[in-house]
Structure formats: C-alpha cells, structure tokens
Design a protein around this ligand. Structure first.
Ligand SMILES: [Zn+2]
Length: 286
C-alpha cells in the first residue's frame, strides 16, 4: 500500500486503540462477543491465503513468491482443522486472484466464524525478520494473541509482537479476524525456512494450535501466559517477546523444523520501524 496511506492508517489505528483502551476493563470484563463453541457445533474457520493469481505478493523482484507460500500453509491448516472437526472454508484453494471484498464477504457469510488470514512479510532491508500478528476489532484480540503465542513461540524467528492495524480484511470482517505474517521472505534465513515443507507444516500446526486455544485467553481471570486485554498498552504495538520463552519453544519444537535451525539465534528484535516492513502489501490492505 502507499506509504502515506499506511502512516495514516497507523495513526488512525493508534487513535482508535486509545479510545478503545479508554474503556479500560471492557477488554477483559466483557470479553469476546462471540460465545465459545466448545460444546456446540464445530466452529467455521475461514482460511484466507494471501494474494494469488496475478498478485504474487511481496515486493518487486522478490525471489520467493508469497502467494505460493501462503496457499501451501493455508492448505495444510485446512487439513489440520478438518481433522480436528472444524468446518473449514477457503477463500482460495488454488492459484487464483480473489478480491479483498470477496474474501471479506466469504468470512462474513458464516455465523460464529473466525477469519484467519495468512501472509508472509517482505522488506527492502534483507535483515528484516520475525513473526507478527495483526488484529483490528477488539473481539479479535484473543484469537490474535493465541495464534501469535504459538506461531511466534514455535518459530525460530524473532517475535515482532501482536499489532493492531486497520487492514481491509480485518476492518471489514464482522467476525474475529487475524492476519499472521509468518516471517520475511526477503530474509535469506526465513525464506529458507519457508521453502521447507516441514516448516510450513509447523506453521500450520502452530496456527491451528492458536485457533484451538483462542478461548483460553478470553476470560478476565485467565492465568495463561498469553496476553489478555488488561495488558494492552496505549500503542498499536504489543511486545509479546517474553510471552513464550524461545528456549522452551525451541527445545520443544526445533526437532520438527528440519532446517538446521536448532543452533540459530532467536534474536529479540527492537520495536520495529514501520518504514521497514511492507507488511501486507497491496492486496491485503485494499
Ligand atoms: Zn501478503
């Protein structure tokens, strides 16, 4: 998206967050509007693979096509969720272009659905790295926290935190919606991970774990290590660096990655600069 628009939306998001946060305990006290469905029919998960067709994703000249990575992770996630009894709807299940409005319409056509948008990041600076998860509506925060907790904790990449931003697909969906950026395809190390089948499977596994665990973060008295509403600062950026120990997660998960990442350092990234990442270019932000 154009930089000036991105800045505007960031500012707008900051203001919106401030006004929302003025409600204080509303975040934790009221929790998500949607009722947990643990005892009801299987939840519908709308899985949205970013980009597709002529929209390759990423930045010009990027070697690894984002649209292929997002679709592969989305299809793996679909398989996991189906095996877990979820009703799964894909906004795309092949290399086709789907307009953002159509993706949103699909998400909004299911009651009690959740919308999970899968992307990979890109930046002109090769060193840019890490996992970040976006949400917009406050009802989406538990889902965003849970997905981020697992993906960022399980990946050998830096934790860039959970952030609030008004991406089109997040603003326009009426259901809890998150957008997870599964690493930078412009970063040689993270691009190498992404091109590994076992790593894409792992990403899907972790996203699924977040979906399954989303209700554990919604209660005001939740004692989980995942961020609850009460921990939200007055910025659009939530640093969850210490939410899930990378040492713990690596020792637990690294054997599954299979990319020689065991010895790789999981750096703690500073608060990211908004000018660095392209985050979700063009398509995802309408
Ligand atoms: Zn993208």
């Amino acid at each position: 998206m154009p930089r000036n628009l991105q800045q505007f939306r960031l500012t707008a998001a900051s203001l919106s967050l401030a006004s929302l946060t003025c409600a204080g305990s509303v975040w934790a006290a009221s929790g998500p509007a949607k009722t947990p469905q643990s005892s009801g029919p299987p939840a519908t998960v709308v899985v949205d693979a970013g980009h597709g067709g002529f929209d390759r994703g990423g930045i010009p000249g990027q070697r690894v096509p984002e649209k292929e990575m997002t679709l592969d992770v989305a299809q793996r996630l679909k398989g996991i969720l189906l095996a877990n009894g979820y009703h799964v709807v894909m906004t795309r299940d092949s290399d086709v272009f789907v307009p953002l409005a159509t993706r949103v319409a699909i998400g909004n056509s299911y009651r009690n659905a959740i919308f999970v948008c899968i992307h990979f990041n890109s930046a002109n600076r090769m060193g840019a790295e890490g996992i970040e998860t976006y949400f917009y509506n406050r009802e989406s925060l538990p889902l965003a926290s849970a997905v981020h907790y697992f993906v960022a904790g399980g990946a050998p990449s830096a934790n860039r935190g959970v952030r609030r931003r008004g991406f089109y697909v997040l603003r326009k969906t009426n259901v809890p919606a998150v957008l997870v950026e599964c690493g930078f395809l412009t970063n040689p190390t993270e691009a190498q991970y992404a091109q590994t089948t076992s790593y894409r499977q792992k990403l899907a596994d972790e996203i699924a774990a977040g979906i399954r665990g989303r209700f554990s973060v919604s209660g005001a008295s939740s004692s989980t290590r995942v961020a609850t509403g009460g921990t939200i600062p007055l910025q659009p950026y939530i640093d969850q660096t210490n939410i899930r120990s990378s040492k713990t997660s690596r020792s637990k998960h690294s054997h599954k990655i299979g990319t020689g990442s065991k010895s790789s350092k999981k750096k703690r990234s500073p608060k990211p600069t908004e000018s660095e990442a392209s985050t979700t270019p063009k398509q995802s932000d309408g």
